[in-house]
Ligand binder design. Structure first.
Ligand code: AMP
Length: 373
């Protein structure tokens, strides 16, 4: 384990979106500078810290970026793993490129999850149409067909309900190969965020419940309204995966609770996660603080929470049209990402509302509390 990063050092973040912006803001509080590698000179992160403008797979930009920073991390997964390898030859990179490679490919990811003894929906790798026909024979319908790489926010996937859906989905989805998963009739979706330090210590936030709209995260409830036993199992599974992968930084683990109460892991993200934004307002150390601490080799405080919370994403022009009303609403804590253009489906910001611990309201209460959003 290396010595903690001295104050005033520069943390390099590959990627310039809102996750980089909020990481840079946490780094500043901890006395560090940040520099992002981004193609957007006026993107969310470049507005709050230094930026190297360049492509993630351009060796000259990667070298210039590495030379200007002391340690490197990343804020989204579709960066080039080879680019990260180049950075790792010049500076320490946390999490390691090997972790990124696992999370970039759903087949590698699910194989690793299953190899560590953790359950997922039944899945099969699909490389041609006859594989797909055979796979449907085994898994049955409905099923979900996904690209193995480059999917996010529901892009790159199709639900197959009847045999008529199969061929069109195969032709539509790219890049290939694909993965076929059993459709999980879930009771709820959970996620857990674990921070793991350079010394192998972990800090794990309480599981939260996530609700999606149009395949995009809409609302996160913290904590998830599940039994203590299921919450403990979700935390244990997540810590187990973070240790198995030897993550230094954050690991977000997305899970389903199926209709019989069984936990199934859906996806891993080795970076700050949208479902952890509530931690900025409800925890002494947020997911972003934990991320920076892990990357900088600082001790990880316990991932405790001083309040319950509801986080709601502000998506597209509709949400931005309500900006004035949101700002005028007491108790809503707004976070805007500084994006110039409010395109439909684009995450423009989020709001958090805190509740006393143990006093998270039911569905109607939540709707009422977040009504203007
Ligand atoms: P993903 O890109 O894998 O995170 O999937 C995005 C969302 O699609 C998930 O959060 C679920 O709401 C839904 N989804 C993905 N996979 C499945 C599945 N196998 N069964 C049911 N719903 C799914």
């Amino acid at each position: 384990m290396s010595a903690p990063l001295p104050p005033g050092s520069t943390i390099g973040i590959v990627g310039g979106g809102q996750l980089g912006r909020m990481s840079a803001m946490a780094a500043a509080r901890l006395g560090y500078r940040c520099r992002v590698l981004t193609q957007e000179p006026d993107g969310p992160a470049a507005q709050v810290c230094a930026a190297t403008i360049g492509a993630y797979d351009d060796p000259a930009s990667l070298r210039a970026f590495a030379e200007a920073v002391d340690v490197v991390t990343f804020e989204f997964e579709n960066v080039s793993a080879e680019g990260l390898d180049l950075l790792a030859s010049l500076r320490p990179v946390h999490p390691a490129p090997a972790v990124l490679r696992v999370s970039q490919d759903r087949v590698t990811e699910k194989s690793l999850v299953n190899a560590t003894g953790v359950g997922t929906a039944h899945w099969l790798p699909i490389s041609d149409l006859s594989d797909l026909e055979r796979g449907i024979g085994q898994i049955g319908l409905p099923a979900v067909l996904k690209t193995t790489r480059l999917g996010y926010d529901g892009r790159g996937q199709a639900v197959l309900r009847t045999h008529q859906d199969i061929e069109a989905a195969w032709h539509r989805l790219s890049p290939k190969p694909l993965i076929l998963e059993a459709f999980v009739d879930f009771a709820c979706e959970l996620s857990v965020i674990v921070a793991r330090g350079q010394d192998g210590s972990v800090a794990v936030f309480d599981p939260v419940e996530n609700r999606h709209r149009n395949h995009i995260l809409d609302t996160t409830l913290a904590p998830a309204r599940v039994s203590d036993a299921l919450a403990a199992e979700a935390r244990d599974v997540s810590c187990h995966l973070a240790s198995a992968l030897q993550v230094v930084g954050l690991l977000a683990v997305e899970m389903f609770v199926d209709s019989s109460g069984v936990l199934l892991v859906n996806e891993l993200a080795p970076r700050p996660h949208n479902s952890g934004h509530w931690t900025i307002d409800a925890c002494p150390a947020s997911q972003f603080d934990m991320h920076i601490r892990a990357v900088a080799g600082l001790p990880l405080p316990p991932a405790v929470r001083h309040a319950d919370a509801v986080m709601k994403n502000l998506i597209g022009p509709e949400a931005m049209a309500r900006r004035a009303a949101i700002l005028a609403t007491p108790n809503l804590i707004p976070h805007f990402y500084g994006k110039a253009e409010a395109r439909p489906g684009r995450k423009m910001g989020h709001v958090t509302r805190l509740f006393p611990k143990g006093a998270l309201p039911g569905d109607f209460g939540i709707q009422d509390a977040m009504g203007l959003v």
